[in-house]
Structures are given as C-alpha cells and as structure tokens.
Design a protein around this ligand. Sequence first.
Ligand code: MTE
Ligand code: MO
Length: 219
Amino acid sequence: MARTYLERKEAWAAKMRSVPARTERVEGRLPPGQHTVKELPVLDLGIHPEVVPPDWQLEIGGLVEEPLVMDWEGLMALPQVEITSDFHCVTTWSKYDCGWGGVPMAAILDLVKPKDQARFVLFSSHDDYTTNLPVAALFAGDALLATSLDGEPLSVQHGGPVRVVIPQLYAWKSAKFIRKIDFLAEDAPGYWEQRGYSNTADPWLEERFSGEEVPGWRD
Ligand SMILES: Nc1nc2c(c(=O)[nH]1)N[C@H]1C(S)=C(S)[C@@H](COP(=O)(O)O)O[C@H]1N2
Ligand SMILES: [Mo]
C-alpha cells in the first residue's frame, strides 16, 4: 500500500537526519532552502477536532506560580493584537504576510508567572499532537495565541479556535488546536521532535533534522 503523506514525512526526516544545520544564520526574509506559496497550506496529522469557543479551554500548568484553566471569555479579556508575519514549514514552503490576531504569548507568561526552574514548555493539542520549546522562545514579540487569520476567525483547518504561532521557528512548533501548556524543568521532545525533526528548528540555520538515529525507522 502506498505510504501516507505522514509516513513519507517521517521517513524523510529519518533519511535526512545526518544532514547538518548551518553554522551561521543566513540573513534575509526567505530562509535558505524555502520557496514562497500564495495560499497558506493546511498541514497537520489529518485530524480536525471541532471545538467551538463556548467549549474551548486551555489548561496551563507545571512549573508556574499561577496555574489556571482559561476559557474563551478569559482569553478575550487579555490584550489583543494583530501581527503580520511569515510562516515557514520544514517541507520547504513559506507563506508571507499571515495576518494573525490574538493574545501575545508574553501576556500569558505575565499571567501564569513561570517559576525560575521552568525552562521549557510542551504544547499539547486536541489531535494529540505535541511540540516543545524553550520558554525563551515565547518572549518573541510576534509569538501569539492566535484566534484569527487575515481578519477572520481562525478556521479549524488552520488550528481554530485557538492555535500557537511562533513565526521565528519552523511551523511545526506552532501547535494548532491548543489544549494544554506545561512548563517544565527538562526538555520533553514533541511529536515531530521524536520523529527526526530538529529540536531547535531555526529556519535561518536550516535546523530541519535532529542529527540522530530515529529508532525503528525503515525505508
Ligand atoms: N495540533 C497540530 N498542530 C500542528 C500540526 C499538527 O499536525 N497538529 N502540524 C504542524 C505543521 S508541520 C505545520 S507546517 C503547521 C501548519 O499550519 P497550517 O495548517 O495552518 O498551515 O501546523 C503545525 N501545527
Ligand atoms: Mo510543517
């Protein structure tokens, strides 16, 4: 049987695992090895959970002073911004000028107050996807919990009602259908990070692959 897109994406990472990242960041708007696309593709595990705003909740816990469960009203009560940024997927497409609207990640950090030991976050989504980041990445001015795209409520195809957007890293770090954020002392690799993709994911360093053996992979 033909392999699914996901299987091919995973096999690609396994095959390419030893391709090193660059040692110096390449300057410029388009990261190395990328090409631009006109429309934002839909890319995920193929599960589009229907969570409507009245039912939406986000659990934020782990190493924080103020763990909480936020609902839609709570999210809407936080400062709202609109930020246009570019989005870069490891499969080599880049979409320029995505007009994301939502709450700055910095506002979330202010609210939950990560403890000193909290150095990493793990995002968990309604499709059981996970991805991990250093807490430091959430301080980026364009890092958002997004609820709209180009002036429209965020569609489920693009991760609605609420997704993470971290434009400075490859798009697999931007968890769609977000349900939980855990603050951790130790790093905890997420879905693609366990399947051969880079832990750090800087597009201008071409940090695509993990550089490590992927257990159980076959051609
Ligand atoms: N929950 C969840 N988030 C996810 C994914 C996923 O499979 N599930 N895929 C990631 C990948 S690989 C990419 S390229 C972007 C795609 O976002 P888009 O479909 O809005 O373009 O979502 C990221 N976030
Ligand atoms: Mo991606």
